[in-house]
Write a new protein. Structure first.
Length: 468
């Protein structure tokens, strides 16, 4: 099997459905913009992300099943099911990569994914994984769909509704007779059988990870990875071979898995990308017009990916669907804390010292905390370690370290803090010491301690985002 040429693993194409109503009725609406995998709908108010997980060491935090997270803004995400898979393939490689959720024309969902578990790039599968789902709370009809007979992969499947053909188009990356990776297409009405494959997009060089935005002011957009960057092509048609590249590449190092997301509250578009190392870091850009093909990098303060997430797909959902997903799969029992002025870094313990370090953190549980009622005052909070549950963050000589609760009143006081509005940004959080009330948790040279706060830098050092 030929693996994609740039980077150690192929990330799946991001696919997204901009459709929202949780209804089984056909979505034949007027004035509706067709985007990506589905159709924009007035009921859309939130997003669901699908992904798989990998840790840096491919150890704890690695799982090749279907994971889900939800968001109200498309930028900051809450993993469902404690960041565990909601379903896992039972055939083929017994694992998946590059999942994608499509809202079908009848309002239900179909899930597609690459047939591969782990990083054995020599594994060749002409198949992709497929599930049906009415609501993303149950998954039925599991099967594998064969796309071709070539001796090559079927990477990063995405699908969209081709209204002219009255069929769904399944696009994916493969090596065809050209000798390099291209984006192929098969057409299907049921995701059980599919037409013969055709080349959908081949600009003459390796391309993988296609992601679509359809019918944006009469133009269709295809974003893809080429030469380690994210690039765009466009066409007024959905015909194979009709797309023409028109942008320069954007990247943060080697970047793949482009994911286009339209804001539900403004005209802004977001472009997500994934670095292609295990436990890759997501980066995001924004644009006010797809037609311009220009993107501005977002400050990492504005977005947070799910823990250990890899190659995502994002789909819009309604408020009811959001609430039902949270009710079904639950909210995380833990939090992560992101630094305000070093937003690539998260609070973690290392050798039982409290500090902020760059994501990804391995093992990931070093950066996961249970914010429990304060040991000295339940109106405050204490930070209980997830992987050392008898230990809490406490200050000692003003430095924060992870110590075992010895049951004393001194320990309880040292380990208790009051959560306040963020000193640098009121929408974030700061933490004031219980027994040294003029001091707050802050980082200094990336190490956590409690200090008095007076300067702008102090306030930034003492501000954190409590998320997942």
């Amino acid at each position: 099997m030929t693996r994609h040429p740039h980077g150690p693993h192929h990330t799946h194409l991001s696919r997204r459905s901009f459709l929202g109503a949780a209804t089984a009725a056909p979505l034949a609406m007027t004035g509706v913009l067709s985007l990506g995998a589905g159709t924009a709908h007035a009921a859309d108010s939130a997003y669901v992300m699908c992904y798989f997980t990998e840790s840096t060491s491919l150890g704890e935090g690695t799982d090749y099943g279907l994971h889900l997270a939800v968001s109200t803004d498309g930028l900051n995400w809450m993993p469902l099911n404690q960041n565990n898979p909601v379903v896992t393939p039972t055939a083929g490689a017994l694992g998946l990569r590059d999942p994608f959720i499509l809202r079908k024309q009848d309002g239900t969902f179909v899930v597609l994914a690459t047939d591969l578990k782990g990083t054995d790039w020599t594994y060749v599968s002409q198949y992709i994984h497929v599930w049906d789902s009415a609501d993303l709370r149950t998954f039925t009809g599991y099967r594998r769909l064969k796309l071709h007979d070539m001796n090559t992969h079927s990477w990063a499947p995405e699908a969209f509704w081709d209204a002219g053909r009255r069929k769904y188009a399944v696009i994916y990356s493969a090596v065809n007779s050209s000798g390099h990776n291209v984006i192929m297409v098969n057409y299907t009405s049921d995701f059980v059988t599919a037409s013969a494959p055709q080349v959908f997009f081949d600009p003459g060089y390796d391309v993988i990870d296609g992601d679509m935005a359809i019918g944006v002011n009469g133009v269709n957009y295809l974003y893809f990875k080429g030469d380690q960057t994210l690039r765009g092509a466009r066409s007024t048609s959905l015909d194979p071979g009709s797309f023409t590249p028109f942008t320069t590449g954007v990247a943060h190092g080697g970047t793949e898995a482009p994911t286009l997301v339209k804001s539900l509250t403004s005209g802004t578009w977001y472009l997500w990308g994934d670095t292609y190392t295990p436990n890759g870091v997501f980066y995001a850009w924004q644009s006010t017009a797809l037609s311009a093909g220009t993107w501005t990098a977002l400050d990492q303060k504005t977005y947070t990916q799910p823990l250990n997430s890899k190659h995502c797909g994002i789909t819009t959902i309604s408020t009811t669907e959001y609430d039902n997903l949270v009710a079904r799969w639950g909210t995380p029992a833990w939090n992560r804390l992101k630094s305000y002025n070093n937003p690539a870094r998260y609070v973690r313990h290392s050798d039982f010292t409290g500090r902020i370090d760059p994501y990804p953190i391995d093992p990931p549980r070093d950066s996961q905390w249970k914010l429990v009622p304060g040991l000295a005052d339940p109106a405050g909070v204490s930070f209980q370690s997830v992987n050392y549950p008898t230990r809490y963050l406490r200050h000692y000589d003003y430095a924060l370290r992870l110590d075992t609760n010895d049951g004393t009143s001194t320990f309880a006081a040292d380990a208790t803090f009051y959560r306040t509005a963020g000193l640098a940004d009121a929408s974030w959080a700061s933490f004031r010491s219980y027994n040294y009330p003029t001091r707050y948790i802050r980082h200094a040279n990336y190490v956590l301690r409690i200090d008095p706060i007076s300067t702008t830098t102090d306030r930034q050092d003492a501000t954190f985002r409590v998320g997942y």
